[in-house]
Design a protein around this ligand. Sequence first.
Ligand SMILES: O=C[C@H](O)COP(=O)(O)O
Length: 252
Amino acid sequence: MRRPLVAANWKMHGTRESVNALLAGLFQPLSTDCADILLFPAYLHIGQVAKALTGTTAALGAQNCAEQAEEGALTGEIAPCQLKDAGCHWVLLGHSERRLQLGETDAQIVRKFAAAQSAGLRPLLCVGETQSQREAGETLKVVTQQLSAVIDVLGIDAFAQAALAYEPVWAIGSGLSASPEQAQEVHAAIRTQLAGYSAEIAKKVRILYGGSVKAANAAELFAMQDIDGGLVGGASLNAQEFGAICRAALGS
Ligand SMILES: O=C[C@H](O)COP(=O)(O)O
């Protein structure tokens, strides 16, 4: 049985003050044993969130990292070893906003994945198709290619400590979630692809769904066999809403 994981991606949101208010509102979900909870604040707020999470079981992650594990002369970048030092356990990689708006390639994502792991961070790799790819019937092809890009270079063992998030681009921030059946179809395909390399890893790896997850739809999404939790954007900026999503994971 896979323990549910609910992750909050705060993206480029928040001030020191609003982050403190959000953390205060999250005190109850963070201290209730309903799911593994993971917060991805903006880089600037990592220290502040790390301090607030002391004594809770919640984990901390960064939304991105540099392509090399160690520090060096690379202006404006943040090395995985620095994230680890700041208290991060996880790093989000391959989010569609980075792939599509910043031109991040599979090759870069693979280098970040390797760098993160060698610094002791666990990657949460995002995959997902655009609206036009879905309409062209290319959903499974796109998602399996994004996953293969990592497995082909780093091998299946790279997923022993990692997690995946299926995030259909058309569902992100749109209010239009994939239906539980649409999401389950892709999650099952991802697990089957992993099982082609290692049945053990396929069984263990958590595959989160992301894309307009809210309190109102979380329970039905998390009830699906291969959906092991959520990667929550907008709704994670509201403590009550995110708390309800975490509680929904308890019933899954
Ligand atoms: O990383 C989170 C996803 O992009 C989902 O965002 P959303 O919940 O605002 O649709």
